[in-house]
Design a protein around this ligand. Sequence first.
Ligand code: FE2
Length: 365
Amino acid sequence: MNATDFLPINGTDHVEFYVGNAKQAAHYYQTAFGFQPVAYAGLETGLKDRASYALRQEKITFVFTTSLVPDSPVADHVKLHGDGVKIIALWVDDARQSFEETTRRGARVYQPPTVQADEHGEVITAGIYTYGETVHLFVERKNYRGVFMPGYKAWEPHYRPEPVGLLYVDHMVGNVGWNEMNTWARFYSEVMGFSQLVSFDDKDISTEYTALMSKVMANSNLRIKFPLNEPAEGRKKSQIEEYLDFYKSPGVQHAALATNNIIETVMALRDRGVEFLKVPATYYDTVLDRVGEIDEELAPLRDLGILVDRDDEGYLLQIFTKPVEDRPTLFYEIIQRKGAKSFGKGNFKALFEAIELEQQSRGTL
Ligand code: FE2
């Protein structure tokens, strides 16, 4: 780790979603994505105004929170944005210091350092705002041995569908407003000490209709990677604009979840009802000319719609789900890296054409 890093981060601690019905969202992520039940908080644990379910698959922890009352920050968030990511929690060794270093550099305060304790120890959290109403919560849990956090009890339902091989959060992408990409790239570099990995502009990523610009910001050990997209002027409405119209503010566009066997993972997800974007079949006529030799057979990749891209260090396999809410907002990427450290730039054009077909069917192109 970089000795001058003022914000050392161990990894993604968890992602918290504010949703209309946490019980049903938790069921969906168990059934469709293979997440395992971990912890619950709600009326039975002494909460009056909200309920939360924590689920886990390997290193990925998702929390689904809903409001039990009409007037609360959770209810307001869901009313405005629909279901979406509220908190990208970052696992740190010192939450107080993380808070001080970032707020000193201009971060807007979400929550000052707070100690929560139970019989399993204590967790210290502190939060700052990033784009839109999205929050980074610093989580210090070195003195905690419970299942998730104080305030939660173990959640042990009978229903436990198998995992599908998802391992960790590879990256999380934010959609920001017109001309705001550089503002937020600067936020991540100046306030959080991240550096820029790559950038794309509208000449790299444009189709007849869609255009966007993107920069990827990463922390010093590269465990946290946050691509940022802003819309660019195209002939018709871009997918980033469509997101902003429906989410009503900047927010998380997709989370990329890593697997070691994308063919098996995607087959399992598909069988459990997860819907994926399909690129035109012609993509597979030329893909090997573009990326060269790969370990996988082409046929299952084509059947499932898995995309391939190569960079200087290797290749990657990736696929994108359709949005997982009725608003065309948050979706997932499933990614398997075989050396490549990039994000699939070579697939953007084919992908955007697939997304535009979907937009057309929604009447939002
Ligand atoms: Fe991605």
